[in-house]
Design a protein around this ligand. Sequence first.
Ligand code: ATP
Ligand SMILES: Nc1ccn([C@H]2C[C@H](O)[C@@H](COP(=O)(O)O)O2)c(=O)n1
Length: 231
Amino acid sequence: MSTTVETARSSVIVAIDGPSGTGKSSTSKAVAAALGLSYLDTGAQYRAITWWMLTNGIDVSNPEEIATAAAKPVIVSGTDPAAPTITVDGEDASGPIRTQEVTSKVSAVSAVPEVRTLITALQRSIAAAATGGIVVEGRDIGTTVLPDADLKIFLTASPEARAARRSGEVKGSDLTATREALIKRDAADSGRKTSPLAKADDAVEVDTTELTLQQVIECVVTLVEGKRVAA
Ligand SMILES: Nc1ncnc2c1ncn2[C@@H]1O[C@H](COP(=O)(O)OP(=O)(O)OP(=O)(O)O)[C@@H](O)[C@H]1O
Ligand SMILES: Nc1ccn([C@H]2C[C@H](O)[C@@H](COP(=O)(O)O)O2)c(=O)n1
């Protein structure tokens, strides 16, 4: 096999960040599947620790209580993009972490520095173990978790487009309330002191407002392939 082909297939680390509803999960899974890479949903990990706190009687309005309990749950992420998994203490958490209660509390739990230190270490260990390459999506991947990623993407979209996408997932949902809830969560995630939601200086920004999901996937696949060949 020629050197060119070997480098074209070399391992690659891709960081995809952005606000809620910009298409990070859908895009990251599809790109990873198309390119034979692993996939890590870091939001699911913050949701998992939040769910554990809620089901174990931790007062999630008390950062000290959260910090003290943070190391107790064992969170395991499966990184197959065709069937990503998340367990807490061996229990499948993929359903419970998507409830409205978890969504409304996850920003408070994920703002606690002790939580971020533990989850960031877990994310780095998963990325290091993914020897064939990985797409990692979240809020602080390009800035904090994997600052040396080969490619950093920052997805954006108007609040109206994001609310319409989210409302489309739940029959009968209120568009205005959905828009307000995601703006509130973005403000909390952007405004926290420790590794806030932010675009890395060297990230490629992709505004997905007017793009179909397929167009976004093709755009990111092209960017990853470009990096692989250039490596
Ligand atoms: N470009 C797009 N056009 C239309 N719909 C899209 C587009 N990208 C994603 N979607 C849809 O929007 C919804 C939200 O997408 P997704 O869950 O991937 O966003 P996200 O950025 O990961 O959100 P969150 O951070 O809240 O988990 C999904 O229903 C998805 O199918
Ligand atoms: N790298 C990350 C990923 C997620 N979070 C927090 C902030 C989000 O509101 C929440 C849920 O993420 P989602 O499932 O909506 O992608 O988790 C974070 O702080 N850092």
